[in-house]
Design a binder for this molecule. Structure first.
Ligand SMILES: [Zn+2]
Length: 306
């Protein structure tokens, strides 16, 4: 695919996401390019919607700086979906135009553009948070393991789902301020990236399911605090069968305050975390194509499952 063959080895940043999505929007008139709003450093967080159906689904990538490969996967999915829609193709036995007349798909390929930028490019002295962030990174100019947003909040612990329970665990583990990973912020939704996504979700009365992509481990999570939304175990099993990923349950610090937790606990809708690929984060750009191949069927057929 065009996207995979042109990938920069260093990573896929917000500018590249924006250029790619604008090129799709120009080519496919049925694709709506909008925005959730801006990140802390003023980068746009693109939101793409397509389809006109009653049942809506949300796909979210790159909560974490090191995990931009998930944005590549969602962009590849979007490109193939648009082309199948234009050509009126069927995939896995489903007519894509019919699927998009009964469903609306919303994609946020990169929720954390600032964190991705830090991870790929490091930080510049012009950054208004320069000295603060450098201190959070232990004075190290190497940001290749940065996961948090621009001010050191881990976005996938900033949702209002067990937030204060997490806070006490965080303190016990000595996490008391902004850091490259695991710091949850001062309050739930304190970060604009999370607050804007939650506000958007609150107005989606037709939202039926959420898929959130992280790396890595080839695992699927569908429970929060040992609870799962109705029907979601069967859906997770189907996706595991199609992708070769295994079902898993979050434990310890990883199991609080995430988007999947919030959607299960607050909205009660089937919500899943896909830990894409295998290896050490950041996964190389070259792994995007094999991740997409494993998840392709689950991404396309998710709307038919919920
Ligand atoms: Zn992650």
């Amino acid at each position: 695919m065009h996207l995979f063959s042109n990938l920069n080895k260093a990573g896929f940043d917000a500018e590249q996401v924006s250029i790619f999505l604008h090129s799709l929007a120009q080519k496919y008139s049925f694709l709506n390019y909008t925005s959730l709003g801006n990140s802390i450093l003023g980068k746009e967080i693109p939101l793409i919607t397509l389809g006109s159906g009653e049942r809506s689904l949300l796909y979210v990538g790159a909560h974490h700086g090191m995990e931009w490969v998930t944005a590549v996967v969602l962009c590849a999915f979007l490109q193939e979906l648009c082309e199948a829609m234009k050509q009126a193709h069927s995939l896995y036995g489903y007519s894509i135009p019919l699927l998009l007349s009964t469903h609306t798909l919303a994609l946020v390929p990169m929720l954390n553009p600032d964190g991705v930028s830090y991870q790929i490019h490091g930080i510049e002295p012009e950054n208004p948070l320069y000295s603060r962030v450098l201190t959070m990174n232990g004075g190290d100019h190497d940001f290749s393991h940065w996961q948090a947003n621009a001010r050191g909040v881990d976005l996938n612990h900033n949702y209002d789902a067990g937030f204060w329970d997490y806070k006490s665990l965080e303190l016990k583990n000595g996490i008391i301020q902004g850091a490259s990973t695991r710091y949850s912020g001062e309050a739930p939704e304190s970060e604009p990236e999370v607050a804007r996504l939650c506000n958007w979700i609150r107005f989606q009365r037709k939202l039926r399911g959420v898929l959130t992509l992280h790396t890595q481990g080839e695992e699927i999570y569908y429970k929060s605090a040992e609870k799962a939304a109705k029907g979601s175990e069967a859906i997770a099993k189907k996706m595991a069968q199609w992708s070769g990923y295994r079902l898993s349950e979050a434990k310890g610090l990883a199991s609080y305050g995430g988007l999947t937790d919030w959607c299960i606990q607050t909205l009660g809708i089937p919500s899943f975390t896909l830990e894409c690929g295998k290896g050490n984060n950041p996964l190389p750009a070259s792994q995007a194509i094999s991740i997409y191949a494993s998840l392709r069927k689950s991404l396309f057929l998710f709307p038919t499952l919920v």
